[in-house]
Design a protein around this ligand. Structure first.
Ligand code: ADP
Ligand code: MN
Ligand code: MN
Ligand code: MN
Length: 338
């Protein structure tokens, strides 16, 4: 038996973007065999997170996924859903709105900026650095500065230690901009892991005095914005697919364009302009290997007879992967499969 440190984390009631909250519970247990089923329900003061009134302030935390926290001895992160006292999902609990499907897979490409003293890492004290060009997948002090590399590499280790299915990192097009990718089988898996990945990055950056800026267009002018390309596939898309089904699917995505944009992150009109590898916000289109399309169709998809995954390029870096996954599935479900 040991004293285990459980960090319960959840999403608060702030809009348009929920914040991450967390608090620590110490329990007795065996760190080698401790599992999700061993995590008790817990609660918090919802009146301090915009999730309840002061008079009736209790919200419950339902543990839904468990990750190792390698920064501390005998420690775990407990991803939690917020529940009402009567056991129903709280209105801010978007995870509960995702259709459960073990055979739906998502891959999210999370872009973000690292900031210090109010400007991106590597920016001079005043003015701008060299224009974009050499920063994407860049190497060297001139391109990535002196701090970012340690942060992104340490973050990668923390994610892998946690059991997150992290797929990789790259320096992005703007200076101080980075990306990590997470893939998961099961309709909620990757979304959980993106939130835990965000949590681990935010917490890591505390000790460097660095802010993570998730906003989709922190720099105006000729600087890329940040997206969260959302790659998705269902069992049917992977195993049956076909041109007719694909076209019906894209018709449905076109029909529900506004519903998708509504949950694809705030201020997306600043990013989806038709420039910087985006389609403009009021249009929907798809294209083979087209990074200027709303949905990019990978070459392999066509070569395999319209089977595989598709990339929705519209969700932005501040979007909630729970809401995004829920919406994509809701649209897919409207399309009949023969
Ligand atoms: P790019 O930057 O060219 O769009 P990335 O390699 O960054 O490509 O991202 C591709 C994404 O597609 C990854 O997140 C990966 O997990 C995801 N992906 C690959 N296969 C599938 C699949 N069958 N279903 C859902 N997502 C997938
Ligand atoms: Mn990518
Ligand atoms: Mn990218
Ligand atoms: Mn992409």
């Amino acid at each position: 038996m040991a004293k285990l440190k459980l960090e319960y984390i959840w999403l608060d009631g702030y809009t348009p973007v929920a914040g991450l909250r967390g608090k620590t519970k110490v329990v007795d247990g065996d760190p080698d065999t401790f599992s999700l089923e061993d995590c008790p329900m817990w609660g918090f003061d919802g009146s301090s997170t915009k999730q309840a009134e002061g008079k009736n302030s209790d919200c419950a935390l339902k543990p839904v996924a468990l990750y190792k926290d390698s920064t501390k001895r005998n420690a775990f992160i407990v991803m939690s859903e917020v529940m009402n006292p009567d056991g129903t999902p709280h209105p801010t609990n978007a995870r509960a709105t995702i259709e459960d499907d073990a055979d739906t897979w998502f891959g999210f490409e999370q872009e973000y900026f690292l900031y210090q003293d109010g400007r991106p890492l590597g920016f001079p004290e005043s003015g701008y650095p060299e224009p974009q060009g050499e920063y994407y997948t860049g190497v060297g002090y001139k391109n990535v500065g002196d701090l970012a590399r340690s942060i992104v590499d340490e973050h990668l280790d923390l994610c892998i230690d946690a059991g997150i299915n992290h797929e990789g990192i790259n320096a992005e097009v703007a200076k101080g901009q980075w990306e990590f990718q997470i893939f998961g089988k099961g309709s909620k898996t990757a979304a959980d892991q993106v939130w835990v990945g965000r949590y681990l990055l935010l917490r890591l950056c505390e000790k460097y005095g660095v802010d993570v800026v998730w906003h989709c267009k922190p720099l105006s002018g000729d600087w890329n914005g940040s997206g969260m390309h959302s790659n998705f596939s269902t069992k049917y898309m992977r195993e049956v697919g076909g041109k007719d089904y694909f076209e019906s699917l894209m018709e449905a995505f076109n029909k529900y364009r506004d519903e998708h944009i509504a949950v694809y992150g705030p201020d997306n009109h600043l990013r989806l302009t038709g420039l910087h590898e985006t389609q403009s916000i009021d249009k929907f289109n798809y294209g083979l290997a087209d990074r200027g399309a709303s949905v990019r169709v990978p070459h392999a998809f066509i070569n395999d007879g319209y089977k595989g995954y598709l990339e929705d390029r519209r969700p932005n870096s501040q979007g909630d992967p729970y809401q995004i996954a829920a919406r994509i599935l809701r649209t897919i479900i409207t399309v009949p499969t023969p």
